[in-house]
Structures are given as C-alpha cells and as structure tokens.
Design a protein around this ligand. Structure first.
Ligand SMILES: [Zn+2]
Length: 278
C-alpha cells in the first residue's frame, strides 16, 4: 500500500467519525465546494450557509491533496460540489463513503483533452468556463431549495441576480474582444476553457509542465510572434522571470493572473482586456 492510500484511508476513517459526531445537530449549515470560484458564487445565495472551498490559498489545484483538517471540516457538510475535473476529487469522494451527498454539476460541459500532455486526461481548469459557472450556480440553487424549501423565494431572487451578473460579465468580454480571434501566451495552459468559450487561441509555454528545450522555445517565440501575441500570462509567481524573458523575445507584456481568485468573473474580464490591448 502506498503512502497516498494510507492518507486517504486515514481521511476516510476521520470523515466517518466526524459524521457520527455531528449527527445532524450542527450549529450552522456548511456546503463544501472544491475551488474559490464556486465558493464566491455559492456565497451570493446567502441563506446563512457557510461555504467551504477545499482548495484555497496559494496551492496548485492539480497536485493538491486534501489535508486531514480540511477533510474533517468537510465531513459535516450538507453536500459537496466537486468540479468533476480535479485529480484529488475522486479519492476524496471515495473517502466520504456516502456520508456527504455529492452533487455533480456541469457534467454536460464538453471536457477539453490534450492540453495537459503528461497525464493525458481532462484539462482540470474547468471553472474558467462560463458554462460551468452557470451550471454550478444552477445545481447549487436546486440543492439549496431542496434543503431549505421555506427560503425558495429568496434563493430564486439571488439566482436571477447571479445570472444577471454572469450576463453582464459576458457582455463586457464580448465588447472587449469584439468577435476577433486573438491569440495569447500563457506559461501553463490554465485558460483552455475560457479560450474555447471566446474563440481565442491559447499558446502555452509548458503544456506538459516540462521545460521546453532551446529549439522548442525558439519555435514557441516564432509562433507567438506570428499569431500576434501581445500578452503572456503567468499564474505561479515562480514563473514570472521566465514569462518576462519570453515576453521580451516575443515583443509582448508579461501579466500576472489569479484563477484561484473567488471573483473569477471579474478576473476573466480583466484578462480579456489584457488580451485585446494593443
Ligand atoms: Zn493545468
């Protein structure tokens, strides 16, 4: 048995102990989600529900493994909403042993494959998809209504405010991009779903989380120049230096982005503005 399995079993045992101890008599309701983008949407529904994002702060969601402490906090949740695309989620859901209802949302979003070469599977950055955020808001709303039928009117009002917010953000992006097929550079391919939503071309520096060799860098610079790339995004502060060097070569700007920001909608509007800026 490897270390990972031992960890998951420990989490599982703890979750069951936690669920038994809570016994439904907890002070306030907790809903668990995977990423801050979901948490921020969920919190707009209010209703006195605390929303716990399992992945938060300065961590890489792709290599993230849930801590015992966070798992224990999540064990008392009324429901858990995975993104359906992050590697840790499958083990976590297994460790829950059905003690917390798991609500899948956005399952009709066509997964993107082939961007993360090394592990070959589905591109995990699904929360940059507008369709995913809408589907999450919808699924969360329905779960709230099921749990708290007395507050349906209030939740419905919030739901339409949230849908209006999505529509305004989409309008802003549409206005900025104006239907043009921009290309942008990025150190890690974390905007694949956003690029698909808006017909943009994402050119990633290290799609397989591998350093490209000198020849590959040359080709990358050439294709970024040919595509008219004006901005190269980086998310990890550790890749800022490289992003700046690459940007100098290409004749572009290096710009920091934060896709683990709760307010992902506003962040994507800012990203669209950076892409369209000459
Ligand atoms: Zn990634």
């Amino acid at each position: 048995m490897n270390r990972r399995n031992v960890g998951i079993m420990a989490v599982g045992a703890l979750l069951m102990a936690g669920a038994a101890a809570c016994g439904g008599g907890s002070e306030h309701a907790v809903m668990a989600v995977s990423v801050p983008a979901q948490k921020a949407i969920a919190e707009r529904f209010g209703g006195g529900v605390e929303v716990l994002a399992l992945v938060s702060g300065d961590v890489d969601p792709e290599s993230f493994e849930i801590s015992i402490r966070t798992a224990a906090q999540a064990s008392g949740a009324k429901a858990y909403f995975p993104t359906g695309a992050l590697p840790f989620e499958r083990n976590f859901v297994e460790a829950l042993h059905g003690s917390v209802p798991v609500v899948a949302t956005g399952t009709d979003i066509e997964p993107i494959e082939g961007t993360h070469g090394e592990h070959g599977g589905v591109d995990p950055h699904v929360w940059t998809s507008a369709g995913f955020r809408r589907a999450f808001a919808d699924g969360y709303f329905r779960e709230l209504c099921r749990l708290y039928p007395d507050s349906v009117d209030n939740f419905s009002r919030r739901a339409s405010e949230i849908q209006n917010m999505f529509a305004m953000q989409d309008d802003s992006i549409r206005r900025v991009l104006g239907g043009r097929e921009y290309a942008f550079g990025i150190m890690h391919p974390s905007l694949s779903y956003f690029a698909r939503d808006w017909g943009l071309r994402q050119i990633a520096f290290n799609p397989e989380n591998k350093e490209p060799g000198a020849m590959a860098v040359r080709q990358l610079v050439d294709s970024m120049r040919a595509a008219g790339v004006k901005v190269i995004f980086y998310e990890d502060p550790g890749s800022e230096g490289q992003a700046r060097l690459l940007a100098d070569e290409v004749g572009a700007r290096a710009v920091a982005i934060d896709l683990m920001s709760g307010d992902i909608g506003t962040e994507l509007v800012r990203i669209a503005n950076e892409i369209a800026r000459p």
